[in-house]
Ligand binder design. Structure first.
Ligand SMILES: [Zn+2]
Length: 326
């Protein structure tokens, strides 16, 4: 009988559930929905459990040889009490002290573990994605914010508070832009989606010439990282320069993290990573510049391979690792 784990990824806007074989492999019975975030924690827990039940039913129907469900791994945003599976604080979802693990466990009747979403994404890429085969991986998710997770010698490394790997809040420019965390000059303030948009708008306000204003009918407030990417693809030199500037900031953060941790691979994930060569080209060039090189030279920087399912796969992977431990 095949053993499966339900992987759940709770995002601020999107909720994904899939069934992952304990032995590894692509998620099956994958379903994606808008997170019922506005209706509070209880509504989201109900939504998660309904999606898990539907996914379990789907693999049970598809697998003639029988299915055993080992449990549920949940990737959750915000700060967590990992041992108790409680979301201490998630501003995106408005959750404060939500006992997520116990609620999911009670409603599904399945053993459940909860882990930070960025740690799950890193673990997913290490287990089944672009970081497969490497002993130590730093995963970076570039989106509305910047998340980071570390797998060190084949185990997730979460530090004393569970928040280790927060590369988004490493200082890349002393005294620079104000970040959402309140500090100045964090990587997230430059290389997240909103950070990229801000770089673009600041340059335009300073008189830079570009097709970007046309793409947003003159309303610069509508410029996003996706608009900058679109303009760069169409050959706009200014937009290409904005992505190159982003790559320089990213390289500064990655170089510092790699010198500290010495991972075999850095996996760059998330919507912003889909800029592809327009981002990874200048990033590789920056990482190739002379500096204290040994750790950086020994490390591969690659885009994520799981596109949207790293959290689901990683949540299942974390469940597998944690239950092996006990
Ligand atoms: Zn910050």
């Amino acid at each position: 009988m095949a053993k499966w784990i339900a992987g759940v990824d709770i995002g601020g806007t999107t909720l994904s559930v899939g069934m992952v074989p304990v032995a590894g492999g692509r998620p099956r019975a994958l379903r994606v929905d808008d997170t019922a975030g506005g209706r509070g924690g209880a509504a989201v827990v109900e939504q998660v459990c309904a999606m898990v039940r539907a996914a379990v039913d789907e693999v049970v129907c598809a697998e003639a040889s029988g299915v055993e469900v080992a449990g549920v791994g949940v990737a959750a945003p915000g700060s967590l009490d990992r041992a108790r599976g409680v979301v201490l604080e998630s501003h995106n979802l408005g959750w404060f002290g939500l006992p997520l693990r116990d609620r999911v466990q009670a409603a599904t009747g399945l053993p459940t573990v909860v882990e930070n979403d960025a740690n799950c994404a890193a673990c997913g890429e290490w287990w089944q994605g672009a970081g497969r085969g490497f002993r130590s991986v730093l995963g970076i998710t570039l989106g509305t914010g910047i998340g980071g997770g570390i797998v060190m010698d084949g185990r997730p490394f979460v530090g004393a508070t569970g928040a280790a790997g927060e590369i988004g809040h490493m200082t890349v420019k002393y005294g620079g832009r104000r970040c959402t965390c309140g500090a100045r000059g964090c990587l997230e303030a430059y290389a997240s989606g909103p950070g990229i948009a801000r770089t673009a708008v600041e340059g335009l306000a300073g008189g830079a010439r570009s097709t970007l204003p046309e793409l947003v009918a003159g309303d610069l407030g509508r410029i996003t990282a996706a608009t900058v990417h679109e303009a760069a693809v169409e050959g706009d030199a200014y937009a290409t320069g904005v992505l190159a500037h982003t790559a320089r900031m990213l390289a500064a953060g990655i170089t510092s993290a790699v010198n500290l941790l010495g991972p075999d691979a850095v996996v760059v994930m998330g919507g912003v990573a889909e800029a592809g060569d327009l981002l990874f080209g200048p990033l590789a060039a920056e990482l190739g510049r002379p500096r204290f090189r040994s750790a950086v030279d020994a490390c591969t920087v690659v885009p994520g391979a799981l596109r949207g399912t790293a959290g689901v796969v990683g949540a299942a992977g974390v469940f597998r690792l944690r239950t092996e431990e006990t």
